[in-house]
Design a protein around this ligand. Structure first.
Ligand code: SF4
Length: 173
């Protein structure tokens, strides 16, 4: 464990990892890349906490997020030994949850993967992805992006308390 800081009400804990890419259990992906453990969006229907070990899984959705601070260095090592394929970002956390605005791990990972001929598939509920349009555009067809919009009504706040507003107003990044 490295540094421990706060981002709003969330405790942010920095950890180091040996690798960035793991084999994906999802049929559409070859690899999964998760820059963070835990997810600040805290959707009430989320099942990802069941796949997250330790404190980030127990305190899911608003208390603590772990940050893989050396993720990009680990990714650079991984791509030298692995065969390019399709990478799901992220599979058990939102890659554009608010803490990404500080660490930019998702942004930097997309750059590395596209330059190494991997295909990147991004799933998010956050408007913060707009920040990275420049990087995503350069990747061209090597990137696809999926958004989840559960409802257009204000009741979304009950279901997805920290996700971006479906109409874009008062955007939560
Ligand atoms: S954004 Fe995704 S990973 Fe995060 S809490 Fe919601 S469903 Fe779970």
């Amino acid at each position: 464990m490295n540094g421990i800081t706060k981002l709003g009400n969330i405790i942010v804990k920095e950890i180091r990892v040996k690798s960035a890419l793991s084999r994906s259990g999802l049929p559409e992906y070859d690899y999964a890349l998760n820059p963070y453990l835990g997810c600040q969006h805290g959707c009430i229907y989320c099942y990802a906490m069941d796949f997250t070990r330790g404190e980030p899984g127990v305190k899911w959705g608003g208390e603590v997020v772990y940050v893989k601070v050396n993720l990009v260095q680990a990714l650079l090592r991984d791509i030298r030994r692995l065969r390019p394929g399709i990478v799901g970002i992220s599979t058990i956390t939102d890659p554009y949850q608010p803490v990404e605005s500080r660490y930019k791990l998702t942004r930097r990972s997309i750059e590395v993967l596209c330059n190494a001929d991997y295909h990147v598939s991004i799933q998010t509920k956050s408007a913060l992805i707009i920040r990275d349009i420049d990087v995503i555009s350069k990747c061209g067809r090597a990137v696809d992006v999926g958004f989840t919009i559960t409802t257009m009504r204000d009741t979304y706040r009950v279901i997805e308390p920290m996700a971006a507003h479906p109409h874009g107003k008062g955007i939560s990044t």
